[in-house]
Design a protein around this ligand. Structure first.
Ligand SMILES: [Fe+2]
Length: 441
């Protein structure tokens, strides 16, 4: 088994190679080696490859001692891994995970439970965190600790079965951009998302209980959630049985009595600051922008998927963090409207010492837009793009033009500098753009 060897330097002509092997242990007991080889010419240009292998006797530095003319190319071909040039944008592959409620496509997970891939235009792949470590300074902000979480959620069309948890976060903030309404589930194209507290019931509690309304509302809401857990989960589901339908339905409705409903159509944006109770419902497909926190308190699961959280509801934390108001639709500022395309400012979430910013860009057919990873003074942040309708071309001085469509994201390192987004299709293209901004807290 090789030792972890970080940064072994080898000189070949006018090029310098740095070979590294990192032994990694996963929680499930699996051990593997992340290999990388970075080539830097005396001119300053740099490129690299990285891949994962089983532990063995060979080190990465051993692989380039045979006088190979182009070891980066050879290793890329041998391991079907992309050649990463410093500053080159990379495709984020949405990897589908089947859930009890439908499908979740994650783009930027680097959690041990799931690690996403990046790809070049030839379909060669590498693991996202391994790639980020090749030229970490080029991304501008440490992406391993400050990577915006990006997902597409595709619930099925069946009520209850395809609804997501009713949940509250105490750190994570998230926004949904509704990309598709399933007409089988919602024939007129108007769906309902469950979020915030019920506005009418709030008024009733305020009228009936004056200054103690908040404590009473929360206590009654929690009592309904506890009743569901005890009478459905603990009595039936935990024992592998289904609760009688009328019992499950009655207790679920009792919880839902406290929650507001909001009509949504394709194109709508919902923003859930931490503390907002919410549940994505069946038949509503969304692109989801999230801060990279992995926590949630469950107020109500759907009856068939309770096993996936192992009984850890964290309900008390959910109620402690809950914002006691109905959902308020955010106002979106128009950032710019240059040359026939529109840029909406969607969210500004706190993420450590940064603000996660997200824009939605509408681009006319044939339009082009010069963007820049260095727009902001004193800050260099990677950018992320996700088309939600139509196609885009993205080109820069560093890389050939990439064509991306829905369900492919793109990460653009800060060191890319200027890049050009174009809409080659015959219709309007819509894409999301995310980046980080330094902030003072
Ligand atoms: Fe959530």
């Amino acid at each position: 088994m090789p030792l972890t060897i970080a940064g072994q330097s080898i000189r070949c002509g006018n090029r310098n190679f740095v070979a590294a092997d990192q032994l990694k242990h996963e929680k499930n007991g699996r051990t593997f080696v992340v290999r990388s080889l970075v080539e830097r010419c005396d001119s300053g240009a740099a490129r690299a490859v990285t891949w994962r292998t089983e532990p063995g006797a060979v080190c990465t530095s051993d692989l380039i001692t045979g006088g190979l003319p182009d070891p980066i190319n050879k290793l890329s071909a041998d391991h079907h891994t992309p050649i990463i040039s410093e500053g080159r944008p990379l495709l984020l592959l949405g990897s589908p995970l089947e859930k009890a409620w439908g499908f979740e496509h994650t783009f930027t997970m680097i959690d041990p439970r799931q690690v996403n891939d990046v790809s070049d235009d030839l379909g060669r792949t590498a693991k996202l965190p391994d790639v980020l470590n090749l030229f970490p300074e080029g991304f501008g902000i440490n992406p391993e600790t400050n990577l915006i979480l990006l997902k597409i959620l595709k619930p099925g069309s069946t009520p209850i079965k395809s609804d997501l948890y009713l949940e509250v976060h105490w750190e994570k903030e998230e926004a949904y951009v509704v990309t598709k309404i399933d007409r089988e589930a919602w024939p007129d194209g108007v769906a309902q998302i469950v979020c915030g507290l019920d506005p009418d019931l709030l008024e009733l509690y305020k009228y009936n209980f004056a200054e103690s309304w908040e404590a009473r509302y929360k206590a009654d809401f929690k009592a309904a959630s506890d009743a569901y857990r005890i009478e459905v989960y603990e009595k039936y589901t935990a024992n592998g049985e289904s609760a009688p339908e009328e019992v499950e339905s009655k207790l679920r409705q009792e919880v839902y009595r406290f929650i507001g409903k909001k009509d949504v159509r394709e194109g709508d944006v919902l923003v859930f600051p931490k503390g907002t109770v919410h549940s994505l419902q069946h038949g509503i497909q969304v692109a989801e922008i999230l801060t990279p926190h992995y926590e949630r308190g469950i107020i109500l699961p759907t009856p068939q998927k309770v096993t996936s959280f192992g009984g850890d509801w964290s309900t008390d934390k959910a109620f402690d963090a809950m914002i006691m108001r109905s959902y308020e639709s955010p106002d979106f500022n128009l950032v710019a409207n240059p040359f026939g395309h529109q840029i909406d400012d969607l969210v500004s979430f706190q993420m450590g010492n940064y603000l996660l910013r997200a824009h939605r860009v509408y681009m006319e057919s044939g339009g082009i837009f010069n963007d820049n990873t260095e727009y902001y003074p004193n800050l260099r942040s990677y950018h992320m793009l996700l088309p939600i309708s139509g196609k885009l071309t993205v080109s820069s001085n560093i890389a050939d033009s990439l064509l991306i469509g829905p369900e492919h994201g793109l990460i653009i390192p800060a060191s890319t500098g200027e890049y050009v987004v174009g809409n080659p299709s015959g219709d309007v293209s819509i894409y999301l753009k995310m980046y980080l901004m330094a902030c003072s807290r």
